[in-house]
Design a protein around this ligand. Sequence first.
Ligand code: FE2
Length: 263
Amino acid sequence: MKFIHISDTHLIGDEYRSLYGIDPEFRLKKAFQSIDRWHKDASFIVITGDLSNDGSSSSYEKLKAIIRNSTLPVYLILGNHDIRDNFKRFFPQYASYKFVQYSQKTEDRVFLFLDSVVEHSPYGKLCEERLSWLKNQLDTYKKESIYIFMHHHPISCGLYEMDNVGNFKTKDRFWDLLKKHKNIKHISFGHIHRIMHSCRNNISLHSTRGTAFQVAFRTDCKEEYLTNEENPTYAIIDIDKNDNTRVHHHEFMNEDRIYAGEC
Ligand SMILES: [Fe+2]
């Protein structure tokens, strides 16, 4: 099976004309067009937070309109820029629990969607209640392969601001919980607006770029949050019958600029 991972769409409210000079809505529409063109066989799309840049009603309205045209199921989680109550007004299917945290089960796999948001804070965490929910899910699904989605990066990324201001505060408790379970296969996250791959406790992890702006890889910079003009991506995650994962990152904005060649 395969799924598509989109992150950090940062849609803006009607009162803004652009974000760092780009139009997040245009880019997200392009991503969905590309997915519809090439990946109709995917099982689902997941968007790992910062759906909105400002938490506004009009930004969630835009997201709803784009998702409405998708032929694939779309699962959403929130990021530090999102506002839960506003989001739930437009996506009432997520309103049954105070956190946007839930699971989806197939025959032999379980997908866990975590809510790491502390509203109005750049950092994230899982409070006691959310950690307890996660523990309960992991205790329930011991035979299935587990795949986790979250906004904040549960490992350090090497960027000062991300690792010190916008970091995941309950990293240690999260990993303490996970290390008791050997059936967790892969974690997909967002937030850092960069492509990154890692492995911890035999669990592979990846993030993909935002569909909106990107964050520059400047490890020398402690004062500012630097955006840059790297192209947006979405990720395609293929999982074989033995739960081996393969992750590709696709730059969808110029995908028709292709040329014949030889390997
Ligand atoms: Fe973001």
